[in-house]
Each structure stands twice: as structure tokens, then as C-alpha cells.
Design a protein around this ligand. Structure first.
Ligand code: GLC
Ligand code: CA
Length: 605
């Protein structure tokens, strides 16, 4: 038991962390109406959540039938991945019409009913907008294809003359995020090559839009208003950092190291790639923010901003741009106290500098499930720095079939990591199935795979389908209750372990992941120490409960009168239990100890 803790700490300690590195206290303006600053947001991949009509694909009516589950879980908002008309070659991130609904998911009346239902449960609604590219079935691209390159219709995309004597080579050396070349040839009416190429930073079915064109600006501002007028509370902006391309489409820089260094050799910034994070993108978000500000209450934007540093991310969060940007530093965190601590410090430091709250994300529809990431699977070393080389995530998705022991370890760590995330100051995101402790399904039969990454790399990189396997609702039912009674369909096959992980099995079982997350979400809401509050490291307490160890993180949350202490034990050895009221713990504590690989919250109020 620590002598430092007797239930109440009256003085803020002087030394927060090595070299007193940071003081994460918020001296906030009044943001009490800004729900997005502290919300717990639940991400729904509509295709994989609940299927109402038995065709094997999740849909909006299915979501409507499960809103009570989400309200019970205690989340504040739902973010929906795209449900707009689409050939679904990239799961709906290839949009035909930004203001229409794909029949797989429902229709406009269904969305309107969904928004109303969410609001009646007190749930805010965030939808996805995909402004970097359209589908190749979008009316603009279809129109362009009927014209010659250089026509006004092509000007809405990036259509550029190739290199080589006959322009038989792409205009530059840019690579698609999904593998292969970022350019595809534009054909003449007779099927021969025109010498022109169109740009697609993702799949060839996703031509990049040209944000130098006024039609593109208007289309998206109209789309924002269209959905705001229908009651949508916010947008998640796909590939926010990618809209503007460097003038003249220069090749990637020759030098491998894009870091800019100070005279002392310290990295101070990075030269962005010519198709990412160009300065011009900020002007677009200033215009969008003006649109959001027209509404009462103000609508919110959360950007998918994959950039080199937390500093560059914070530029998107200036007061006249986006409200939030996913803190992907957290997604990349290892099961390692120092690594996690540095990532937390970095995010809080830079976001706070622009007055923005931080977001916390461990999972989404693009990354391997956290149970698998933290299961301690040894992977072959990969270089991970080129698109044809396998990244660590890619290797995990291909190879990490967990042994029963690894699943136990991964689940124990995921329990701790999940509730640790929910304690951190700002807003937190949960991806459907994360609350059930679903693991990455790495052994999907090839014929089911749908991720364009799989096709573009000819199966060398398996892609993201393994985190998109439909939700299990019931143990005994076919397709684990994903569809209506009697339906056996699910667009990706579910592993047999899904039964024991189903909602039915976990609900009401005190030791389940689902009940843990629910308890933590509710504790976070009812205790004023959590949400957007002060945060300081308590290394003095860490030293008292775990002398000489560096695998324990202890932080104090909240302000006067409403404080909490959060302990995260990364290592396997137990630590002394503070003598304070326990709020929630990821494993049972003993009277004297917190076990290893455990997170526990204590009230100091
Ligand atoms: C984002 C989405 C991802 C999609 C890509 C292209 O990264 O999260 O799922 O494939 O953009 O739209
Ligand atoms: Ca369906």
C-alpha cells in the first residue's frame, strides 16, 4: 500500500515526469456544449454491423434495430462509414453520389429515420465524407470518359500527359496506397492509349478529384449542407490530408530522408510527399468551417489526417479549421510504457497548443484488431518502408493466427488498453466489435477477400478484411445472429470463436470485455475527473507502488474536488494497490495488489 495515497491528494506534485516535461492541465474556455470534445464515439462499419433482410450485408435498418444496445453501452455518438451509392470496390469509399444511399444499405427515408432514432436515444450522428476521390462510376468521371483528355470534363480530375516518346509511361513516380502505380491510362474511344493518365492515390476505381476546380468545391460544400440540413451532427473527413497535390506533379523526392533537421541534428519537421499534407488543403477546411459555423448548434468535423508529426496534425486543428483529427499516434502505440507515454505527451502537447482536444483511437476499419496487435506474436522482420514491402501490420494480418495462450494475453492487454484509452482526456473512439474483444481474422479464404489491396498486390498483401468480419450477436444462431432469424448469410465468413464472443454471451457477464467497456464508459461519464479534463503524470506515486520500475504509468485526472488516479501496469508483475476507492479495473485486484497487465481507475474525490 502506498503511503502517498490516503484517498485524497491535497497538493499537485511538483515533478510530473522526467525533466517535468509537460503539464497537461487544461485551462479551458467554456466548451460545455461542445459534445465532440469529450464524446465516446462508436464507429459502425455498416456492412458488418447488423443485417435486417438476410442478404448477408449489414444495412441501416439493421443498425436501427440495435440502437438500444449502443445507448446501453453508453456511447455519445455514432460515426458511420460510407453508405452512399457505390460499386463497393473499396467498401463504399468509392462514392457515386454523395447525396444518395446505396440500396444495399437502404434508402433516403431509412437514413432520415435512422438520424431521428439516433437523436431520440441521445446519440449524435457523424457520417463520412470522401472528398479526395470519387468512384469511377460518378457522373463526372463517366462524363469525362466520353470526352477527349484536356476537355473541361476531365479538368475535375487529374488527367496528365505521360512521359516517354509515346507518353507510354506514367507522368511521375507516385505509388498507390493500395499497391502499384498511382496512374492509369486514359483510353481513346477505339480502346487505344491516349497518352494521358488519370491519378488515383487509392484504387484505379477511385480517381482523385482536382481541388483546383470550382465545381469540386461547390459539390462538397453543397453536400455538407445537404446532410447538415437533415440533422447530421458532424462529418468524418476521409483522407483529409490528401486533397491538394503539389503543382506540376513532381516526382517523390530522391532523398529517402524527408526530415528537416536543426543545426544540432534534431528533426524539426518533414518535407511532405507531393500528394499529402500540402499547405493549400487548409484553405479548404477554412471554407468548410464557415459552413459548419452557419449551423446552430455548430456541427463538427473530425479529420482523418495521416501526417508525419503531431505538430503537422495540429495545423488542421486551428480554431478556423477542423474540430478534431484522429490521433493516429495512439493507434501505432506498442504494448510498452515508454512508447505509450511519449505518444500521449506528444498528442496532448501539440493539440493543446492550438486549443483542440485530443482523440484516442486504438481500432478502426483500416487497422488490425488490438487483441491481435497486443498478443505478442513474433513476426518476421520486414522493412516496411516501401509499398511493395510488407509492413508490420500487413505481416500481422497475414500470419497472426493466435494460439489460445496468445488470445488470452492479447485479450488481457486489450482490456487494459481499452479502458486506459477511455480514461484519457479528450474524445475516444471505439470500432464495432472492439467492445467484444474480437480478434483479427487472418485466415479468411481467398475467394471472400474484397479489399482492393488484395487485388492490387495479387494477394501479396492481404488487406483489411480481417477486421471487418460481421458482428456476432447471438451464440447459437446461424451467422451468430448477424442477420434476421433463419438467415445464414454473412458477407465474410465468421470464425467459430465468434459464438463465445457474441453480445448474447457477454451481456450481463461481469468478467466480459463488453461489461468492462460499458462500466468504464459509464464511469467516465459519471465521474467528472474524466472527459476533457486536466491530466498529469504521477511518477511519485508510480515510484511508491512499483519502486524502480519503468513499466507502470500513473496519472492523475480532473480538477479541484473531482480527481481520479489511473494506473496502467504494462509489465507482468503486480504493483501495490493504492488505498482509494476503485472505480473500474480490467482484472480483479486483490486487497493489496494490482496484477500485471492491468489498468485500474481510482476515485480521489
Ligand atoms: C481512408 C479510409 C479507408 C479507405 C481510404 C480510401 O483511409 O479509412 O478505408 O480505403 O481512405 O478512401
Ligand atoms: Ca442487408
Amino acid at each position: 500500500m502506498s503511503e502517498f495515497i490516503d484517498g485524497v491528494i491535497t497538493e499537485v506534485p511538483q515533478q510530473y515526469s522526467p525533466a517535468g516535461e509537460l503539464d497537461h492541465r487544461v485551462h479551458a474556455d467554456d466548451h460545455s456544449n461542445d459534445w465532440w470534445r469529450h464524446a465516446v464515439v462508436y464507429e459502425i462499419y455498416p456492412r458488418s454491423f447488423a443485417d435486417s433482410n438476410g442478404d448477408g450485408a449489414g444495412d441501416l435498418r439493421g443498425v436501427r434495430s440495435r440502437l438500444a444496445y449502443l445507448a446501453h453501452l453508453g456511447v455519445d455518438a455514432i460515426w458511420f462509414n460510407p453508405f452512399f451509392t457505390s460499386p463497393l470496390l473499396d467498401g463504399g469509399y468509392d462514392v457515386i453520389d454523395y447525396r444518395d444511399i446505396d440500396p444495399v444499405f437502404g434508402d433516403m427515408a431509412e437514413v432520415e429515420a435512422l438520424i431521428a432514432d439516433c437523436h431520440s436515444y441521445g446519440l449524435k450522428v457523424i457520417i463520412d465524407v470522401v472528398p479526395n476521390h470519387s468512384s469511377w462510376e460518378h457522373r463526372w468521371f463517366k462524363e469525362a470518359l466520353t470526352t477527349e483528355p484536356g476537355s473541361p470534363a476531365w479538368a475535375r480530375y487529374h488527367c496528365v500527359l505521360g512521359k516517354g516518346v509515346n507518353h507510354e509511361l506514367p507522368p511521375n513516380n507516385w505509388r498507390s496506397v493500395f499497391g502499384g502505380n498511382a496512374w492509369s491510362p486514359v483510353k481513346n474511344a477505339d480502346g487505344t492509349d491516349s497518352g494521358y493518365w488519370y491519378l488515383h492515390i487509392f484504387d484505379s476505381s477511385q480517381p482523385d478529384l482536382n481541388w483546383d476546380h470550382p465545381d469540386v468545391h461547390k459539390e462538397f460544400e453543397d453536400t455538407l449542407r445537404f446532410w447538415f440540413d437533415r440533422g447530421v451532427d458532424g462529418f468524418r473527413i476521409d483522407v483529409s490530408h490528401g486533397l491538394v497535390k503539389a503543382a506540376g506533379y513532381p516526382d517523390y523526392p530522391q532523398h529517402a530522408d524527408r526530415a528537416k533537421r536543426s543545426a544540432g541534428g534534431e528533426i524539426i519537421d518533414f518535407e511532405p510527399l507531393p500528394h499529402w499534407d500540402q499547405d493549400g488543403v487548409h484553405e479548404i477546411y477554412r471554407a468548410w468551417r464557415r459552413v459548419a459555423n452557419e449551423y446552430e448548434p455548430m456541427r463538427a468535423f473530425v479529420g482523418e489526417v495521416w501526417v508525419d508529426t503531431a505538430q503537422r496534425r495540429a495545423k488542421y486543428l486551428q480554431h478556423d479549421e477542423l474540430h478534431l483529427a484522429f490521433n493516429f499516434g495512439h493507434v501505432g502505440a506498442k504494448w510498452d510504457a515508454l512508447d505509450l507515454r511519449e505518444r500521449i505527451n506528444e498528442a496532448l502537447l501539440h493539440d493543446k497548443a492550438v486549443g483542440a482536444p485530443t482523440t484516442w483511437v486504438l481500432e478502426n476499419h483500416d487497422v488490425p484488431r488490438v487483441v491481435t496487435r497486443f498478443a505478442g506474436v513474433e513476426l518476421p522482420k520486414s522493412s516496411g518502408d516501401g509499398d511493395e514491402n510488407e509492413s508490420a501490420d500487413d505481416a500481422l494480418r497475414r500470419l497472426a493466427v493466435l494460439t489460445p495462450e496468445q488470445r488470452v494475453v492479447g485479450t488481457r492487454r486489450a482490456r487494459a488498453a481499452n479502458i486506459y484509452m477511455l480514461s484519457l482526456p479528450g474524445s475516444a473512439y471505439l470500432y464495432n466489435g472492439q467492445e467484444l474483444g474480437l480478434f483479427e481474422v487472418v485466415d479468411l479464404p481467398p475467394q471472400f477477400r474484397q479489399d482492393p489491396v488484395w487485388f492490387r498486390t495479387e494477394g501479396k498483401v492481404v488487406g483489411r478484411d480481417g477486421c471487418r468480419v460481421p458482428m456476432p450477436w447471438r451464440n447459437e444462431a446461424p451467422a451468430y445472429g448477424f442477420g434476421p432469424d433463419g438467415s445464414t448469410q454473412s458477407w465474410l465468413p465468421q470464425p467459430s470463436a465468434w459464438g463465445a464472443l457474441s453480445v448474447q454471451e457477454q451481456q450481463g457477464r461481469a468478467d466480459s470485455m463488453l461489461e468492462l467497456i460499458r462500466t468504464a464508459v459509464h464511469a467516465r461519464k459519471s465521474h467528472e475527473a474524466f472527459g476533457e479534463t486536466d491530466f498529469i503524470w504521477r511518477d511519485d506515486i508510480a515510484e511508491a507502488i512499483a519502486p524502480g520500475r519503468s513499466d507502470v504509468l500513473v496519472s492523475e485526472h480532473g480538477g479541484a474536488g473531482n480527481r481520479a488516479l489511473v494506473v496502467l501496469v504494462i509489465g507482468t508483475d503486480p504493483v501495490d494497490r493504492p488505498d482509494s476507492e476503485l472505480l473500474v479495473a480490467s482484472q480483479p485486484l486483490t486487497d493489496a495488489q494490482i496484477p500485471g497487465e492491468t489498468c485500474a481507475w481510482f476515485s480521489l474525490s
